[in-house]
Design a protein around this ligand. Structure first.
Ligand code: AMP
Length: 211
């Protein structure tokens, strides 16, 4: 494992074709084996397509599963971890590159810079927070990269119902809800990434807020 830092892709620029995908997912494995199966499927599918995996660098739960599977299938995996978690020895031992950052904010920024697309597999509140941040940044025009929900066992349905409610009640625009890609298979994921068309941002690019 090296600690080389790859050259970042600026947050505001999409780089088709997609060379790296940032995956957000649980530090737990969930209560059903189908969750781990899905994480393994995604890791393998990305590796098979030559797409690099960017993720939180952990060796626990679904995070560990997607990373281990991608590496086992010959893929490149870049982990980004805050110092505090490394000290707790939670880092994955078999990554292509491992980057230590100061804190959670720096980590999320790096994960946003390095991925050309974002995928949320099932997870807990950390996953939810990471997902909503990058989806919000798409709305604001801070990036123009695809944001994907990878559904397993209908896990994400209640969250999607909540978003639909926000649309019904006038808090989220219909077009923006439609920008969210929802898939439930590796093939669906790869097809969606290939066919991505960015929505018009809420602000014009020069007016987009800076982070
Ligand atoms: P959660 O969904 O609450 O389990 O949190 C998972 C998300 O938070 C991942 O996408 C990681 O970026 C981050 N995270 C939480 N726990 C860890 C951990 N032990 N090691 C690395 N990253 C973690």
């Amino acid at each position: 494992m090296s600690t080389t830092t790859p050259v970042p892709v600026p947050v505001g620029e999409a780089t088709p074709p997609i060379a790296a995908v940032t995956v957000f997912t649980g530090s737990a494995s969930g209560s059903h084996p189908q969750y781990t199966r899905a994480a393994v499927d995604v890791g393998e599918a990305l590796a098979a397509r030559g797409i690099h995996l960017v993720y939180g660098g952990g060796n626990v739960g679904l995070m560990g599963a997607v990373s281990t599977a991608a590496r086992a299938a010959g893929g490149e995996v870049h982990g980004v971890m805050p110092e505090a978690l490394v000290d707790k020895e939670m880092a994955h031992p078999n990554l292509t590159t491992f980057e230590i950052v100061a804190d959670m904010h720096a980590r999320k920024m790096r994960m946003a810079e390095l991925g050309d697309a974002f995928v949320a597999l099932p997870g807990g509140i950390g996953t939810l927070e990471e997902f909503f941040e990058v989806w919000t940044w798409l709305q604001l025009g801070i990036h123009r990269k695809p944001v994907v929900i990878y559904d397993v066992r209908g896990f994400w349905r209640p969250m999607l119902t909540m978003v639909d409610r926000m649309v019904e009640e006038g808090f989220v625009k219909d077009e923006f809800r439609d920008s969210l890609i929802v898939v439930s298979s590796p093939r669906g994921l790869l097809n969606a990434l290939e066919n991505w068309v960015p929505p018009a941002p809420k602000f014009s690019p020069q007016d987009a807020p800076r982070v």
